[in-house]
Design a protein around this ligand. Sequence first.
Ligand SMILES: [Zn+2]
Length: 355
Amino acid sequence: MNRRPAPHEAVIVFDIGGTRFRAGVYREGALTDVRSRPAISFRSAPELDGEGLRGALLDYLAETAEELAARHGASLASLSLGAAMNGLTGEVYGSGPLWGEYSQRFDPRAALAERAPSLRWTVLNDVSAALLAYADSLPQSQARKVMLVTVSTGIACRVLDMRSRSIPLDEFGLQGEVGHLPVQLSYQGRPVELACDCGGAGHLAAYSSGRGIAALTAWLRGEEEGMWQESDYRRLRKQGLSEEEALAGAVEQRDTFAMLLLRLATRPMAAWLRCALTLDPELDRIALAGGVCAGLGEHYREALLGHLREQGVYLSSGFDPDYFSRRIHLAQPGQTSGLLGAGLHGLRPEALHAA
Ligand SMILES: [Zn+2]
């Protein structure tokens, strides 16, 4: 049962997120037989309770894995899961995007071993999977540690030690849940107070996640009504573009309202990244990923770099004007594939969280 997988073995891989479920076969660095379906979540299947949603996910995983395994002769299956989980034990704590408030703990590996016993299952958090794929896309990198930051519906990060290829964890099997750090944002000398999805106030995600930026937009409209009325952002929204598309379009045109919004939304991000860089001198590379960063692209990175240059890291960034730009990069979409990360993990599951 505990045999070491051969490097050329096929792995049935899954990427389970709140919007899509993806599956495929990973072999020697490449993906084949990839398929995708809408996620079964509390939003898409409101008739199911938490228990029912998990049952439906397990049925989908077991059925798809057995079908792919029969076709590709695989005995390994690996899952990238968009859930908060204990990386040491594989126990899942909960998933806002998949199951909403439902937070009964469970062990998906044990449940899957029961439903599809011919396969050896491994389970990995989705940010960790994306980071494994990203690190694998940098074969020449000299970085000692690489951090991946995802900014989408929520915000999280992970740090991989490139020398040991491990993601260190605390005693609860967690690392990098930065989305609910308390932060401070003020505008024209007054604090901006926004509530977080978790029920807390003033958390990073309340200002800087995709949903946070939407709330910040509504707040800023109230403060700067004249600027809003004149803005390209408003014009693009009136043309029927989504908030994300309109913001990306308006930022592209350097619209005053959109640029102010971007500057405010990235300020709390820069604050915690500045702390991270100050405390960990081995953090040689930071990659920005997730829907918000992908949508705003280089504009997002520039806004972040602007804050960091304004208030740098004591001494170090004064010695080198490129201190931040050398470290902070945009991840390209293909570099953070959860399916690739699941495949890499499926072949070396024991190494990732080793002390
Ligand atoms: Zn929160």
